[in-house]
Design a protein around this ligand. Structure first.
Ligand SMILES: Cc1cc2nc3c(=O)[nH]c(=O)nc-3n(C[C@H](O)[C@H](O)[C@H](O)COP(=O)(O)OP(=O)(O)OC[C@H]3O[C@@H](n4cnc5c(N)ncnc54)[C@H](O)[C@@H]3O)c2cc1C
Length: 386
């Protein structure tokens, strides 16, 4: 949607295809990072955007074996917004779509599921989409595959995927919020286990990290055992844990870390999770996907206005974005070595790393920068058509 917005803003004819009928779904995460908010500022959309209901997280605190530790302080970031905005992704996408529709060059087609690529002389020239009116072929100078992990576009294009392995999956569920709840802490860490609470105003979106493939065993142990595991990390949820009374209320989100060796071939560019599926560790995947979109428009918008772009042009997007992605994925692999849903110790001692954040507050600037901006943050340089 962001790539579509930016290209249409530059006067490039764009059709965004979305397989669902709307955006009203539980996405993986709702975080809008300072770098994305900066992009919204550069586009002149920030003030209106911040009028949408959201929560602002200015500091990330983790609870490590019961000890609260401030881990990231966004107050010194060189951005207009020194916070992460929590907003349901459907609101964010609807906002972008509504603004994109003001450009004559933009079109959004819902219920259009891409099922295949169209080729001519080995060049991708469009997509085949399943629609309520049957299959349709849609031709384009460039197909941007932003269809997430398990993308049809990179599979059909036979782009090679490198898997880095993620030892975790996440159980995704909701619990109600109470006025008396402690200040938002986001993460509760305990000896390799992690409980994440995302504040969605009137309820918590709860993420509970489990060992990969461990759901069957958890189901065998039964719901009360899972409830106890969650309470061990977040005891204040005791008065509402019984809301998790049915496995139907608990979704399994699989975690992957992978990266395409080549993000493009003639006529096709893959960005976001399609090119590099991100783990939830650090909560930065949405941010990286958006940065890819900004870089894509910066590098390609003016050229696309003239017609098809070359493979070398597409490769420049990968050259620009691959370093930040590799860097963050390497960090995620390291985080998974410590947080993998398996108990790896006992006691209530504060581990060394969080202890360093307590001793040396200036260290909190580093995670703030990594999470809030990421390496090599992008700024909007693509043109705005008159
Ligand atoms: C459990 C979990 C929690 C996470 N939490 C966070 C977090 O808090 N913050 C964060 O920044 N990142 C988080 N991430 C990572 C984040 O979800 C991804 O990195 C991010 O969503 C990637 O965005 P994307 O636009 O590339 O792909 P997606 O968000 O997957 O969007 C792809 C879109 O394409 C559509 N689509 C798919 N296939 C087709 C098709 N064939 N035809 C048409 N449309 C199609 C989909 O419906 C969807 O709208 C989390 C990941 C996991 C696994």
């Amino acid at each position: 949607m962001m790539a579509g917005y930016l290209l249409a803003r530059a006067g490039v004819d764009v059709v965004v295809l979305e397989k669902h009928a709307d955006f009203f779904r539980d996405f993986r995460g709702d975080t809008i990072h300072p770098s994305t908010l900066e992009v919204m500022h550069e586009l002149g959309l920030l003030d209106e955007f911040l009028k949408l209901p959201h929560q602002e997280l200015r500091e990330i605190r983790g609870i490590f074996n019961g000890h609260p530790v401030p881990m990231a302080d966004f107050s010194r970031l060189p951005t207009h917004c020194k916070f992460i905005a929590f907003m349901p992704q459907w609101d964010f996408l609807n906002f972008l779509a509504a603004h994109a529709k003001r450009f004559p060059a933009f079109e959004l087609r819902l219920q259009h599921e891409v099922v295949d690529l169209l080729f001519e002389n080995d060049r991708v020239v469009g997509v085949r989409a399943k629609t309520p009116d049957g299959e349709r072929d849609i031709y384009a100078d460039l197909v941007i595959g932003a269809d997430g992990r398990n993308a049809v576009t990179h599979t059909r294009a036979k782009l090679e995927l490198q898997e880095f392995g993620a030892p975790i999956d996440v159980l995704w569920m909701r619990l109600s919020k109470r006025a008396s709840d402690p200040p938002q802490s986001l993460g509760f860490f305990q000896h390799g286990k992690l409980l994440v609470l995302l504040d969605r105003d009137d309820y918590f979106q709860v993420g509970f990290v489990i060992p990969k493939g461990g759901l069957d065993e958890i189901k065998q142990r039964g719901l009360p055992a899972l409830q106890r595991d969650i309470l061990e990390l977040g005891p204040f949820l005791n008065d509402r844990i019984s809301e998790l009374d049915d496995w139907e209320k608990i979704k399994l989100l699989t975690v992957q870390i992978n990266r395409l060796k080549k993000w493009c071939r003639d006529g096709l560019l893959c960005i976001g999770d399609n090119a590099h599926a991100m783990s939830p560790a650090g909560g930065v995947g949405i941010n990286l996907a958006l940065q890819d979109a900004v870089a894509t428009a910066n590098l390609l918008a003016a050229k696309l206005k003239q017609g098809p772009v070359s493979l070398a042009d597409l490769e420049r997007v990968q050259e620009r974005r691959e370093f930040p992605v590799r860097f963050i994925q390497a960090l995620q692999v390291q985080i998974h070595k410590r947080i993998n849903g398996r108990t790896s110790g006992t006691g209530d001692k504060l581990p060394l790393l969080p202890r360093l954040f307590l001793w040396f507050p200036f260290l909190r600037a580093l995670p703030a920068r990594m999470i809030g901006l990421g390496p090599r943050p992008e700024h909007v340089h693509s043109p705005a058509a008159g």
